[in-house]
Write a protein that binds this ligand. Structure first.
Ligand code: SF4
Length: 498
């Protein structure tokens, strides 16, 4: 049985063995043998315990992926002292101290290459947090600002589209706490599932039904998306112009954003391509680049068209000629046709020559696999910052000056410029099941602050609560979950992240 941390996370009440959990504002009164409302804390034989294991990440793995033993109870441990070079204590399963002024659950000291370092480890409760989802697809999934719903509840919206991707913003304090209780709970559950790399189904108002999961291809209206486009229609023209030159007299790359027309485009001009007399629908932006050739949809290139010839209004008889060769393709190369103009200058579809098939195939080859990616974004509140130091603004400044490194479950974060500590992390770089929730509702996420011990003292840290890494390892040798360090994550104790 490890150290009794009851007084750290709560307090014993009366003689009936009841323990009050103080780890969040709900303040559950937990009877012996029971768990609190979030199931993250339990009363075990009169002790308040965190029900999920503390996660320790070890850097030195064998070739087979096994963690080199580093605990005294492990049979092959070589007896060498463990340093900050080997093991990192993550915030996952560490618990939360509340009210805010209490020091964080673990303030771990370790030696890293002769430097005395401190890592302040906790699970932050994030009321101000959200999830950004990038969905690699050309398809129109709904209008910008359209509501995103789960089980009918409004949990987010479509935000600004990016290059080759549609973007969702899910969660945020307004959905968590500003609407009905059900909206808050469904929002919290959806965010937690996404952050824990699970699939969720979302419906977009007047748009698509999506299944999204971090690191997996999105499923849009029942179809798994395969390819992320090589670029917009104009970019595709620019990239492949030379390869088409001589094989076709005109090439149109159909795209909801910018449809490219080779003979008019700068790429075609530089190759001295003669005009083809093609008349496109839509709005000409600059030569060879057309906006709004059709409505957005799930047809060719993210438009609603199934028949690509419908965006050609005709050919100028003074310029075009019978026998003119026309290639039309989408930005992923998944859709393509080849036509030859007849005597009336009407495009007639015919077999695509091998040389053009190769280039269309190359468009597909240059597309990356379509993925959904999930970034969690949250702002460090009172408990988080006061758990590190009595003077929280010093922590913010230290993070800004890069004296303190912020990680979440060991993963690197991007800290937004400006005030406060608003961090963003790719959930795929974190261990599985890193996130939890409390019923307020809010998201619980691991967070660690690592800095030199001397800097920690200078910023007013809780130096009287520092525990050595060896002591932590000894206490959790039987219960900790051991994870292999993800090699692409920088080691948090180094200054330059190597
Ligand atoms: S909801 Fe969970 S964290 Fe909050 S007081 Fe209850 S058991 Fe503790």
């Amino acid at each position: 049985m490890g150290i009794d941390r009851t007084e750290m996370f709560g307090a014993r009440e009366g003689n009936g063995g009841i323990i009050r959990c103080d780890a969040c504002p709900v303040l559950c009164r937990i009877r012996p043998g029971r768990t609190g409302a979030c199931s993250r804390y339990a009363n075990e034989d009169g002790r308040l315990i965190r029900t999920d294991a503390l996660v320790l990440a070890a850097r030195n793995a064998t070739e087979g992926g096994e963690i080199v033993p580093f605990l005294s109870d492990q049979p092959n441990w070589d007896g060498n002292p463990i340093t900050g070079k080997d093991v990192f204590v993550t915030g996952i399963g560490s618990g939360t101290t509340y009210p805010d002024y209490k020091p964080a659950p673990f303030i771990v000291s370790s030696d890293y290459e002769g430097v005395d370092t401190v890592t302040v480890v906790t699970e932050g409760i994030f009321s101000y947090c959200g999830v950004k989802v990038k969905i690699d697809t050309d398809r129109h999934i709904g209008s910008e600002t359209a509501a995103v719903r789960v089980d009918g509840e409004h949990v987010g919206h479509i935000t600004t589209a990016e290059y080759g991707s549609q973007m969702l913003s899910i969660g945020g304090v307004n959905h968590l706490t500003g609407g009905t209780k059900k909206e808050g709970n469904v929002t919290c559950r959806s965010m937690m599932a996404l952050c824990n790399k699970e699939a969720i189904e979302v419906a977009i108002d007047d748009g698509s039904l999506l299944i999204i999961q971090a690191g997996k291809a999105p499923i849009i209206n029942g179809l798994e998306e395969q390819r992320m486009r090589v670029g917009c229609g104009s970019a595709a023209i620019g990239i492949f112009a030379k390869q088409w030159f001589g094989e076709a007299d005109e090439v149109v790359v159909v795209d909801d954003h910018i449809t490219g027309v080779l003979s008019e485009h700068q790429a075609g001009k530089v190759l001295n391509m003669p005009p083809s007399g093609i008349k496109m629908s839509g709005r000409r932006s600059t030569p060879g680049r057309y906006f709004q050739v059709a409505e957005p949809g799930s047809g060719w290139g993210g438009t609603d068209i199934k028949d690509p010839l419908s965006i050609i209004e005709g050919f100028d008889p003074e310029v075009a000629w019978p026998g003119m060769r026309l290639l039309m393709t989408s930005t992923t190369g998944e859709d393509a046709i080849y036509c030859v103009l007849d005597e009336e200058l009407r495009p007639v579809e015919t077999d695509m020559p091998q040389a053009l098939k190769i280039v269309v195939g190359r468009i597909g080859e240059n597309c990356e696999p379509s993925l959904s990616t999930v970034l969690f974004m949250g702002g460090a509140g009172g408990s988080l910052r006061a758990g590190v130091t009595e003077n929280p603004v010093h922590l913010t400044r230290s993070v800004r000056r890069r004296l303190t490194r912020v990680t979440m479950g060991g993963a690197p974060v991007y800290v937004w410029p400006g005030g406060g500590i608003t961090a963003m992390v790719d959930v795929m770089q974190m261990p599985d099941q890193s996130f939890g929730h409390v019923p307020t509702p809010a998201i619980v996420a691991p967070i660690e602050f690592t800095l030199a011990r001397s800097d920690y003292a200078e910023l007013g840290g809780h130096t009287g609560h520092v525990t050595s890494l060896e002591d932590i390892l000894a206490e959790f040798s039987e219960t900790a979950r051991r994870e292999i360090w993800r090699p692409d994550n920088p080691w948090p104790l180094t200054k330059n992240g190597t």
